[in-house]
Design a protein around this ligand. Structure first.
Ligand code: NCD
Ligand code: ZN
Length: 366
């Protein structure tokens, strides 16, 4: 998989002096896909989709627009808007999802499957995160739809947090496993599910021990940052996302899972752009923008874990295998050469502050 990034080069990586003496390393991978992304709509869409398409061949596109993407017709219309926002010559396949509500009809599932263009249904607990107000209050009311999904083999994607205000915000993912995911897996043993953007050791252990029907995505920011990043020298709204960053030992468990070669864990950036003013606010929005450098950020994590040889499985193989799609045919090359992330990115009429704004990233796409 790797070109000239063998063990010798790996030993040379860490300190700046040593780095200056080694030739640039490179890493060639099957083109990756992003199994969880927010592309938004309108003015912001073109920037988000261009950044994703530069790195990824395909992406599972989240349906939490306002109003959400609840029907097959809405998903196909959104897909067309995404394709028309692509830069000239870019190739990118948006894999569409539906936003689950208590009103979703089982017939919608059959129709979704028949299109071949809708690849999953997303469960947001009502109020759990951005644009989740129209999500599900009582999952039991969705059981007929979940049964249809099980029959048609359409995966369920989970925002895995309880919304019970009496549960501490840092404990909401762990509580979800116990209260909701275990019963769900018992009720629908054939339903394939992805626990999205996992953030805790409990989630790693739960997914590892679960049957093959359950997988998980891991974001770059949850692999790179722990909750101290929210308060480093002051309040850092651009590190605020949901589920929240957790303690360092949780981050270590996520790194172990992502770099450990277990096909149940694969890449999903959860890149979620918000205009700067919506983040730097007295009530700021949750979401971190990473699409501008997503693969490069994951490469940093894998390099630090001495696991660059496992990046291809995580980024390019396990996702398509889970979704029963072919792996991509073409390849991308990453080179070890630092570059400076701009302090802001213009997106239509808005300005975004990306992860690592004004700082360096060690790897870049060639
Ligand atoms: C996402 C968004 O902004 O749409 N925000 C986030 O913090 N991850 C929603 C989500 O995936 O929870
Ligand atoms: Zn998300």
């Amino acid at each position: 998989m790797s070109d000239n990034f063998g063990d010798g080069a790996r030993r040379c990586a860490p300190d700046a002096d040593a780095k200056a003496q080694v030739p640039a390393a490179s890493l060639r991978l099957i083109r990756p896909d992003d199994w969880h992304v927010h592309l938004r709509d309108g003015a912001m869409l073109a920037t988000a989709v261009a950044d994703s398409a530069r790195r990824f061949a395909r992406a599972i596109v989240m349906p939490n627009l306002d109003p959400p993407v609840r029907t097959v017709d809405e998903a196909l219309a959104y897909r067309a808007r995404i394709l028309s926002a692509l830069p000239a010559g870019a190739r990118f396949e948006p894999l569409m999802t539906l936003y689950l509500t208590e009103e979703t009809r089982p017939a919608e599932i059959a129709q979704a499957r028949a299109t071949g263009l809708v690849h999953a249904v997303k469960y947001y607990p009502a109020g759990a995160t951005t644009h989740a107000a129209r999500g599900v209050r009582d999952l039991a009311r969705c059981y007929p739809v979940l049964a249809a999904m099980e029959r048609h083999d359409l995966p369920l994607l989970l925002h895995g947090e309880v919304t019970d205000p009496s549960v501490d915000v840092f404990d909401r993912e762990a509580m979800f496993l116990e209260r909701h995911l275990s019963p769900l897996m018992r009720a629908f043993p054939g339903l394939r599910m992805v626990l999205e953007h996992i953030t805790t050791r409990a989630a790693v252990e739960f997914v590892s021990a679960a049957p093959q029907t359950l997988a998980a995505t891991v974001t770059a920011h949850h692999l790179l940052l722990d909750r101290n990043a929210l308060f480093a020298g002051g309040l850092r709204p651009h590190h605020y996302c949901l589920p929240l960053l957790k303690r360092a030992h949780h981050r270590a468990a996520l790194v172990g899972a992502a770099t450990g070669g277990n096909p149940k864990f694969f890449l999903g950036t959860d890149s979620a752009p918000h205009p700067r003013h919506a983040k730097e606010s007295s009530c700021g929005c949750a979401g971190i923008y990473t699409a501008h450098a997503a693969l490069e950020l994951y490469a940093e994590v894998f390099e630090k874990a001495h696991a660059l040889d496992r990046l291809e499985g995580f980024a390019s193989c396990y996702g398509p295998d889970f979704y029963r799609l072919p792996r991509n045919q073409d390849r991308v090359t990453l080179i070890k050469a630092p570059w400076r992330v701009p302090s802001t990115i213009t997106a239509g009429t808005d300005v975004l502050v990306p992860l690592r704004a004004g700082e360096d990233i060690a790897w870049q796409l060639s």
